[in-house]
Design a binder for this molecule. Structure first.
Ligand code: CMP
Length: 140
C-alpha cells in the first residue's frame, strides 16, 4: 500500500553539505518527495516535535542539537514508505547501521545521526502535519 512518511535531514548533515546526497539516496530507493523545505527549528518547535522523549536523559542535548542549524523536512511517499525509509536510514546509532544506509554513510554519532524518519503510520501523520499544511503537499 502507498503511504507517506516524514523525514528530517538533521543539522549535522545539512552543515556537512550532505543534503543533496541524502535526497539522491531517497530518490534512488524509489521514494517520491511530496513536499520539502529548509527551516531552522525554534526551541519550542524542537521540544514539541520530540515531546515523547522529554523524560529521556538525552532530551536537552537533542533539542540543542536540533536547533543548532537549518534542517530539511520532507514528506516522502511510496509503497510501504515508512518501513522502507527506516531501512534506508539504518540503525539510530550510526556505528550499528548497515552498509549502504544513510546513517552509516553520513551519521556522526547517535545524536548527530544525519536523519529522522517516522516510526509508524500514526506518528507519520502527526509529524507531517506538524510541519506541513495540506496545501504544501504536491497533488493535494
Ligand atoms: P530520531 O529518530 O530523530 O529520534 C530521537 C533522536 O534522539 C534519535 O533519532 C537520536 O538522534 C537522538 N538520540 C540521542 N541519544 C540517543 C539515545 N541514547 N538513544 C536514542 N536516541 C538518541
Amino acid at each position: 500500500t502507498t503511504e507517506r512518511t516524514f523525514s528530517i535531514i538533521k543539522p549535522d548533515a545539512v552543515a556537512a553539505k550532505q543534503t543533496g546526497a541524502i535526497i539522491q539516496m531517497i530518490l534512488d530507493a524509489g521514494l517520491t518527495v511530496k513536499a520539502m523545505k529548509m527551516i531552522r527549528l525554534t526551541r519550542p518547535q524542537a521540544e514539541g516535535f520530540y515531546a515523547v522523549h522529554k523524560e529521556r536523559p538525552f532530551f536537552k542535548d537533542l533539542v540543542e542539537y536540533m536547533i543548532s542549524g537549518p534542517v530539511v523536512v520532507s514528506c516522502l511517499e511510496g509503497d510501504n514508505a515508512i518501513i522502507r525509509y527506516r531501512e534506508l536510514m539504518g540503525a539510530t546509532d550510526p556505528a550499528k547501521a548497515a552498509e549502504g544506509t544513510i546513517r552509516k554513510k553520513f551519521g556522526k554519532s547517535i545524536e548527530a545521526n544525519a536523519c529522522h524518519g517516522s516510526d509508524g503510520p500514526d506518528t507519520a501523520k502527526v509529524e507531517m502535519s506538524y510541519f506541513f499544511s495540506s496545501l504544501e503537499i504536491v497533488g493535494e
